[in-house]
Design a protein around this ligand. Structure first.
Ligand SMILES: N[C@@H](CCC(=O)N[C@@H](CS)C(=O)NCC(=O)O)C(=O)O
Length: 204
């Protein structure tokens, strides 16, 4: 049995999109982050890093969104729907998944936190994260400029890892996205996928 411990955040939605793309049956257990439910002992026993998402697969608790997607691909993706069976394609998809966890995720996350900070804002920090986020979107834009449909030849965990994060500035029409036509077109393509729409609605 699969249970996804998640919340209404980009990292949680990577996992729900992957589960939906694979057509798996799973239960959703929403975690109230504002109430710090992720810091209760029962949750820490699943993820000592007190963060969602966590996927419980028959008693095995897996945390870190990238590891969850790799686990789902290894165990449930016989057709290569989210991770190609071709070894070069597979490695390229994993490369983009790592690129997301070390790049767009932390930079956009910290930019959002710096902008939301109550009281006096640290403009220097805002400028650093903003510039780095803009640079990373530019890198993605230049990769997509050769006309490819997805980050790798086939739709993959690389696309899934990036989408929920970039969907935020995309929906807000931020120049970071609108200045990058290849990223914009890629986001529209991913947003049109029914499994992505279902995954983005979790938890409902
Ligand atoms: N590197 C982790 C990041 C997960 C993460 O930052 N989760 C946030 C929500 S998006 C969280 O649970 N924060 C609660 C906390 O830090 O206490 C992943 O990719 O799974």
């Amino acid at each position: 049995m699969l249970t996804l411990y998640t919340a209404e955040t980009p990292n949680g939605r990577k996992a729900s999109i992957a589960l939906e793309e694979l057509g798996l049956d799973y239960e959703v257990r929403p975690i109230q982050l504002a109430e710090e439910e992720q810091k209760l002992d029962w949750f820490l026993a699943k993820n000592p890093n007190h963060k969602i998402p966590v996927l419980d697969d028959d008693g095995q608790a897996i945390w870190e969104s990238g590891a969850i997607l790799l686990h789902l691909a290894e165990k449930y993706d016989g057709d290569g729907r989210i991770l190609s069976k071709d070894s070069a394609q597979r490695m390229e998809a994993i490369q983009y998944a790592f690129f997301q966890t070390g790049g767009v995720g932390p930079n956009l996350g910290r930019l959002g936190a710096a902008l939301r900070k109550e009281g006096e804002k640290n403009q220097e920090m805002i400028d650093i994260f903003d510039a780095e986020f803009r640079r990373l979107v530019g890198v993605l834009d230049s990769i997509l400029s050769d006309g490819r449909e997805y980050l790798t030849r086939d739709y993959s965990i690389g696309d899934i890892m990036h989408y929920p994060w970039l969907a935020i500035p995309f929906q807000m029409n931020m120049p970071h996205i609108t200045d990058h036509p290849n990223v914009l077109a890629w986001l529209e393509r991913i947003a049109a996928r029914p499994a992505v729409q279902r995954g983005m609605a979790v938890p409902s």
